[in-house]
Design a protein around this ligand. Sequence first.
Ligand SMILES: [Zn+2]
Length: 466
Amino acid sequence: MKITPIIGLEVHVELKTKSKMFCSCRADHFHVKPNTHTCPVCLGLPGALPVPNKRACEWCLKLGLALNCSINEQSFFERKNYFYPDLAKGYQITQLQKPFAINGYLNIEGHKIRINRAHMEEDTGKSIHIDGSTLLDFNRSGVPLVEIVSEPDIQSAEQAKKYLNKLQQIIRYIGISDADIEKGSMRCEPTVNVCLDDKFYTPLVEIKNVASLTGVMNAINYEIKRQIDAYQSDGITKNSSNKTTRGWDADKNQTFLQREKEGSADYRYFPEPDIPPIIFNKEQIEEIRQSFPVLPDEKIAQYKLLGLSDYDAFILADTKESAEIFDKIISIESSREFAKFSANLLTGPLKTIKIDINKINPDYFKKLFDHKLDFSSTVIKQLILDSYQTGLDPLEIAKEKNLFQVSDTNTLEQFAKEVIEANPKAVEDYHQNPLAIGFLVGQLMKVSKGSANPQTGKEILEKLLK
Ligand SMILES: [Zn+2]
């Protein structure tokens, strides 16, 4: 049986604006005393009027542009009506017919995932269930949310993860949210069904309450298997676009039925009468486009042009911060050799510590680069780490610790003689097989406490052994 999973992702991202979407209450709600950031608007009291947050709308547009979307110059808000205790108004203000951004895409390793839309809406309050009762916290009510809806172009849990990683990376680059799934500032609902033998489709399922990246992958994989099993036992196939909602139980590692089929008609959407249409003209959209940093894919391409490996380019462009650090270093010299040398240090010894861009001194990288023949690669790694941590000039550290390689032939000859005398067996081996020189060079490095220049040392050994 041919199995083709069909996966779409609905992703909600909380914007890190100072104030909420439709009122001036503070938008931060993590680790805040419950119900302290509230007002008549976000508590949904009768007669309170919403005023849209300009910054949030601009950020939604910004994300749309970063996701290769077309922008609707005129868009409007709608009411999505439903009852839930944490939705005080009885409706959520969102966008259905005219969202800010439509028809975008992301490339995931050569595979194009189409993006249907990125629209603006408000978050709900939070229900907290404790000892059989439910408490409500409205600090989150009205926090700006962008919903990004992909087309069902994703074909595996692994690809879903890559899509989410890329989305996070872009969102963090443009600085509109920390997009943290574990914390809840990014939330993800996969929609899953399966096509069997290119002709039968299993019913569509939306999965809720997934609170980690691993959870997303596990939930998708569980659901694919469950749907194939269900098809094999009862043969029921999809007969409309309605979807069933299932919850994700991370402890049991399985999904469970929450709600049977519902369509958008159930929400009775209608235009929000208290907010006029929002218009962004071409100049304003262009201005937002101009405010962009270079995005990750473009950064990676730039770095590859500098001669960096795929791996180094990917690691250095991973976050805006790491790219800025690398750019700061290579601003001092434009050669490809220097770029490669610096990239190796950043993705090697410096990768293990958290780096503050203000403490990075490009001069020190340049000095080590200019003196790279004076040190072994191990010593260079240690020197860059020490100079970063102490703020001292790496050449000064090297001088103080006596780390300059000895290339002086008289001294090296002395070391070489010692080694030859102490290792008659290895000398004999060498005369049988020239490759055995490696052992003697190793001994020479040991005798010189790592200070010998290995190449010159090797040449001297060979000369003496002739
Ligand atoms: Zn408020």
